[in-house]
Design a protein around this ligand. Structure first.
Ligand code: ADP
Ligand code: MG
Length: 291
């Protein structure tokens, strides 16, 4: 490596342990550089330094280009780590993407609407999305896919089920730490609540859910899915007044998508011949839970 003609300023050489550059001690320079990259938390540059420098030389990059090239490698690595950390924190039950969603299989869904939701403008605005439809039509798939889009755009996301969420709030009330739990579920910019209406709720659950929805109202978005139409939510919550108050806030700035049609799971089974509808009869009963 070419030595600089001008001596480096003393502050640089002494404060950073960069003296090896002056003495030409390559082994020491490598060690110093490694130490400095560690100290600056530039892990990607540190780990790939040899390869990156070789590549920069092969491409005949000048110093400024080489520096930008090294920084780009670090930025990409940090972004990748942020993304995978945020995906872990979001607690998605599985990986599903919009690319993996077959729109032809579910004609009641407008692909343009989903593409619009994928821009996450609704998350930026604090709007809500309500996904309604029978089991197996892709509600959870879309929740996870839209949630991943939101994470990749830098929003904090938390995925939970209605049972888990309301169970936690009921427990919070019993244990005297409801406030902490409400605060926790109010934090993410997007809260995804899956499977409302599948299982009976505790009598106080509706009221607790109302408290959470009120807190998040116009602050953070809620993406909620249910197998029951909103007209039946008073039955779901066991209280007409509470259900109306929840819906009032939830639906104020919202996109409601009602998915109709066959269960994708059963469709797959039918295709593989594992499942046949009764001869000449009506369609088979649709199981309420994952098969
Ligand atoms: P729901 O939440 O409405 O009960 P899911 O989203 O769990 O349904 O869908 C059941 C399974 O079928 C999942 O594995 C999901 O990825 C898949 N699935 C559903 N609809 C589609 C679709 N249109 N394209 C691709 N996969 C789908
Ligand atoms: Mg589901």
């Amino acid at each position: 490596m070419a030595r600089s003609k001008q001596p480096l300023p003393e502050t640089v050489t002494t404060a950073s342990g960069f003296a090896a550059a002056e003495t030409g001690d390559i082994a020491q320079l490598v060690e110093d550089l490694d130490g400095m990259l560690t100290r600056l938390r530039l892990g990607a540059i540190r780990e790939q330094l040899e390869g990156l420098l070789e590549e920069a030389a092969r491409r005949q990059l000048n110093l400024r280009e080489a520096l930008a090239w090294l920084c780009a490698a670090e930025v990409a690595s940090k972004e990748q780590r942020r993304l995978s950390m945020a995906m872990t924190i979001a607690h998605f039950p599985f990986v599903r993407t919009l690319e993996g969603f077959e729109f032809e299989a579910q004609p009641s869904i407008d692909p343009a609407k989903i593409r619009d939701l994928a821009t996450c403008r609704w998350v930026a605005n604090g709007d809500n999305v309500v996904l309604l439809g029978p089991p197996g039509v892709g509600k959870t798939h879309l929740e996870v896919a839209l949630g991943r889009e939101a994470v990749s755009r830098g929003y904090t996301v938390q995925f939970t089920t209605a049972m888990e969420l309301l169970g936690s709030l009921v427990k919070g009330q019993q244990q005297g730490n409801l406030e902490m739990r409400l605060a926790q579920y109010s934090k993410p910019k997007l809260l995804i609540v899956d499977e409302l209406g599948y299982l009976p709720l505790e009598p106080q659950a509706g009221h607790l859910f109302f408290q959470l929805i009120s807190r998040r109202y116009e602050q953070g978005s809620v993406l909620i899915s249910s197998n029951r139409p909103v007209e039946e939510w008073d039955e779901v919550f066991g209280d007409q007044v509470v259900a109306a108050a929840i819906l009032d806030r939830l639906l104020h700035h919202s996109h409601v998508l009602t998915i109709r049609g066959d269960s994708y799971r059963l469709r797959e089974k039918r295709r593989s011949g594992l499942f046949r509808p009764p001869a000449g009869g009506s369609p088979p009963p649709i199981p309420a839970k994952e098969t």
